[in-house]
Design a binder for this molecule. Structure first.
Ligand code: SIN
Length: 312
């Protein structure tokens, strides 16, 4: 018997967010999904998360936008995307033909824009949930400007939750002293689940030019370099909240994913690994299945949070 890998990321919510397995893509690393759907059966994934969407289309930041680092990469894309109207009219109808939940990552410039976008996406066939991007480090307004402040994070969550019946996931920044405060603030406003983490602020210097590599100097670090940071935050957040936590940060293998599940994540997002191998999320899924078979785990839920301290 293959192990049961099904998870629900919004168990108390009216629609729920049922995934056939816990492997999701990470926003910004899978575009809108269509190129990947030509490479493999996209319906094998637990869920697809879109690139961050803003109300108006965006061209993104000046090049170069990426820099390789030891065990990772820096990005400063600047939320390049096609804009909300195209998502509604062109992309969602295509997603509706897939048999995998698609979660739209929404990036408001302001609190009100989170409400506006949630209302516009509410009830559209092809969209299973929203992921609030209050953690992009590469824009002047919105992003971590909102997500580093628990009060602003709470207000953005409230604005979205009040304007949609879709489950609202909130993606946290690690670039704060205490991510647990953010998690508790967004949970209190109705976040159905919490995704931890977005990228870690970093910098690379071009020694020839004697300048930062990226035009905005700072970028977001992702990949295996941040896995221990992400695991620590998932562990701390999972101890504190009751809603499901989604782990994200440096996951490349089934064993990586199992670590996140044991630390309290109910699902995982595979991101940077996809740049090296578009099939990386499927390899992670195969690795989880193989691990469960080896360890005699019949239902993945047996191990979710097993490394957390026992409740007192
Ligand atoms: C970007 O578009 O700059 C990255 C998005 C993010 O970090 O959320």
């Amino acid at each position: 018997m293959p192990p049961s890998l099904a998870v629900d990321l919004a168990p108390g919510h009216k629609t729920g967010l049922a995934l056939r397995n816990p492997v999701m893509t990470a926003s910004g690393t899978f575009s809108w999904g269509f190129e990947f759907a030509k490479q493999f059966d996209i319906n094998a994934l637990g869920a697809v998360v879109s690139k961050g969407v803003t109300i108006a289309p965006r061209a993104g930041n000046q090049q170069p936008r990426v820099a390789e680092t030891p065990a990772g990469m820096l990005n400063s894309i600047g939320l390049q995307n096609v804009g909300l109207d195209e998502v509604i009219t062109e992309l969602a109808p295509k997603w509706a033909k897939w048999d995998v939940p698609v979660i739209v990552n929404v990036a408001g410039d302001t609190i009100d824009e989170f409400g506006e976008m949630a209302a516009a996406l509410d009830g559209l066939p092809g969209i299973a949930a929203l992921e609030l991007n209050i953690s992009c480090p590469n824009v002047d307004i919105g992003g971590i400007e909102i997500g580093q402040d628990p009060e602003a994070s709470a207000r953005a969550t409230r604005a979205a939750v009040r304007n949609t019946d879709l489950p609202v996931i909130v993606k946290l920044t690690p670039n704060v002293t205490d991510p647990v405060k953010l998690a508790l603030a967004v949970e209190a406003e109705g976040a159905a689940a919490i995704c931890a983490i977005n990228t870690v602020l970093g910098l690379a210097i071009d020694t020839k030019r004697r300048r930062p590599v990226l035009p905005r100097a700072r970028g977001g670090l992702s990949g295996p370099a941040i896995k221990p940071v992400a695991l620590r935050i998932v562990y701390d957040v999972a101890k504190a909240v009751r809603v499901p936590v989604i782990g994200c940060g440096g996951i490349r293998t089934g064993e990586d994913a199992i670590e996140f599940l044991m630390a309290g994540a109910s699902a995982v997002q595979v991101g940077t690994a996809t740049f090296a191998d578009p099939r990386a999320p499927l390899d992670v899924l195969d690795g989880i299945e193989a691990w469960c078979a080896r360890e005699g785990v019949e239902d993945l839920r047996e191990i979710i949070g097993c490394a957390l301290p026992a409740p007192v």
